[in-house]
Design a protein around this ligand. Structure first.
Ligand SMILES: [Zn+2]
Length: 220
């Protein structure tokens, strides 16, 4: 898949190239909204993915939070959707931003749920931007009830911003692309994960069954 014109590309000859050794002259290190990638300079084809682009927690909030460690090996990723509007208005910036949704959601989780911070480890906006809610080495607050009863001590929580229940529009392609690259990123770093599951069985619309197999394929 060649990158589009809007993607930001720059030659970075000092970057390590996954799967090397190959001449860095022939490759361009690029990023688009979803991930850092290496692109063949002649054909424009993506040859390797380094990691998804993740907005770190420090980049969207000044709030310091105290987190609890995991008490067991992390063995699962639990997928959620936020059942909220995909955009929000930031009055300070005077524009619609996903970061404002993430900040609002954290305030909601603190005030209404009594948690120390945003409950999810990661949230993904409609444009594919991935936000870090809390570090991957601490427990989340996202899988206490329902089908994923009491799984906070050993699961990573990933939430798609929006309402993707039955009868609604599916997530955007950018959002799904980021879900895939983020899943790879998590699995690369936590080798004990053997299951990707949904918060509720009937939570997502039919689109989920079509991506489920692709997600599970990454576990092999
Ligand atoms: Zn959920």
């Amino acid at each position: 898949m060649p990158l589009g014109d809007d993607d930001d590309c720059s030659l970075q000859t000092n970057m390590p190239i996954p799967g090397g050794p190959i001449s860095p002259i022939d490759f361009i290190f690029c990023y688009n909204v979803n991930e850092f990638v290496f692109v063949d300079a002649r054909t424009g084809e993506v040859v390797a993915t380094l990691m998804p682009r993740i907005v770190s927690r420090a980049d969207w909030t000044d709030r310091n939070a105290t987190f609890s460690p995991f008490t067991r090996d992390v063995t699962r990723i639990v997928m959620h959707h936020t059942v909220t509007n995909p955009t929000a208005f930031d009055y300070e910036l005077g524009e619609m931003t996903i970061a404002q949704i993430v900040r609002n959601m954290e305030i909601d989780h603190i005030r209404r749920m009594g948690w120390t911070a945003l409950g999810y480890h990661f949230v993904i906006g409609y444009d594919g931007t991935i936000f870090e809610g809390r570090p991957m080495d601490v427990s989340g607050n996202h899988a206490l009830l329902g089908r994923t009863y009491n799984r906070n001590p050993f699961t990573i929580g990933v939430a798609l911003i929006g309402d993707f229940g039955p009868g609604n529009e599916p997530p955007s392609q950018a959002q799904l692309d980021s879900l895939f690259s983020l899943t790879s990123y998590i699995l690369d770093r936590i080798s004990t994960i053997d299951t990707i599951e949904c918060h509720w069985d009937t939570y997502f619309g039919p689109w989920y069954s079509s991506v489920q197999d692709d997600l599970r394929e990454k576990l092999r």
